[in-house]
Design a binder for this molecule. Structure first.
Ligand SMILES: [Zn+2]
Length: 144
């Protein structure tokens, strides 16, 4: 790695935080789910049925949380690029981090190698992420 490249990497790390820091911050699926809730409901989550502001994860059900008062259940990823995907949220976060900080784009082959999924899966994720990136800045906020 040349000096220029190192400087560039340092600058990018300064702006977005390191990959290591991000993966340490979100060590498991539940922490990713918590982060998605924060980003999707910036003013705080509110139950659409009873207005309660507290929700908790449903045991043994990935991505499903419920209202602590009326037990209304919801999927934290419904309506996001991660909807109905079996790929672990941590891998999605890793992919978002790579895509958000890459200037020249990430190829399916590159993504597959980096996060440990098949190239077909990586291609699907990139398609979803490109749509999401075009629509909003939410990805940067999620993993920044
Ligand atoms: Zn409720």
């Amino acid at each position: 790695m040349g000096t220029m490249k190192r400087k560039q990497v340092r600058a990018e790390n300064g702006r977005m935080g390191s990959l290591h820091a991000m993966l340490t911050k979100y060590p498991d699926e539940r922490s990713c789910e918590r982060r998605i809730i924060e980003v999707r409901w910036p003013g705080g989550w509110a139950c659409p049925r009873c207005g309660n502001a507290r929700c908790s994860p449903v045991a043994d059900r990935n991505r499903i949380w419920q209202c602590t008062r009326c037990s209304h259940q919801f999927s934290v990823t419904a309506g996001t690029c991660m909807q109905s995907s079996k790929v672990h949220l941590r891998r999605w976060f890793h992919a978002m981090w790579l895509v958000a900080r890459s200037k020249r784009g990430v190829s399916a082959m590159e993504l597959a190698a980096q996060i440990g999924v098949s190239e077909v899966t990586a291609g699907f994720m990139l398609e979803r992420l490109r749509g999401a990136m075009a629509r909003s800045e939410c990805l940067r906020r999620a993993v920044g």
